[in-house]
Design a protein around this ligand. Structure first.
Ligand SMILES: [Zn+2]
Ligand SMILES: [Zn+2]
Length: 176
């Protein structure tokens, strides 16, 4: 029998392996390369496990996508949104339509498992585009109407004057 002693072969293999930062197991180097080719600190089974755990915790808290949406878009909490809703009597701050009469706009991405996504927003958050201050909750129609008038009080006043002004006198239609 010749060749390197068994012990040095084993040591050589072990040295090629990397220790996972999470489970502390020795794994082959390819276990630490992500699908996008990045070198990771935890092994593939650990990464797979934590993805499952994260998904399970999202499923357990169906409101969290909605909360995340409110926070990333407007920097308000879900509790503040609900406080605004009840302060406004669950109605649009301009036209007064009740949120139950509004179609639900979906919040967040559709989910892979087919479950309904986060509880929908019926009243949308209206915020000042200059200062990002939240002004109140509106129905989609009123919110986009404000957008069409570029949130300009002057333009809205002119629109009101226009609506209330006397129409120009039109010559009577000739009877044929
Ligand atoms: Zn691991
Ligand atoms: Zn409205």
């Amino acid at each position: 029998m010749s060749g390197p002693p068994l012990k040095s072969v084993v040591v050589g293999i072990v040295n090629e392996f990397k220790k996972c930062g999470r489970c502390k197991q020795l794994r082959p180097p390819e276990s630490f390369v992500s699908a996008t080719g990045r070198t990771m600190l935890s092994c593939q089974p650990c990464r797979k496990y934590s993805r499952r755990v994260n998904q399970a915790s999202r499923d357990a808290r169906p409101g969290s996508d909605r909360a995340m949406n409110l926070w990333t878009k407007y920097r308000i909490t879900e509790a503040f949104y609900d406080e605004l809703r009840s302060r406004q009597g669950f109605r649009c701050a301009i036209c007064g339509i009740h949120e139950d009469e509004l179609p639900a706009t979906l919040a967040g991405r559709p989910r892979k498992d087919g479950k309904p996504s986060a509880s929908a927003f019926r009243l949308v958050v209206d915020h000042c585009h200059g200062t990002s201050t939240v002004r109140g909750l509106l129905c989609n129609g009123c919110n986009s109407a404000l957008g069409h008038f570029r949130d300009s009080p002057e333009a809205l006043r002119r629109a009101l004057d226009y609506l209330q002004s006397e129409p120009p006198s039109v010559p009577p239609r000739e009877v044929i």
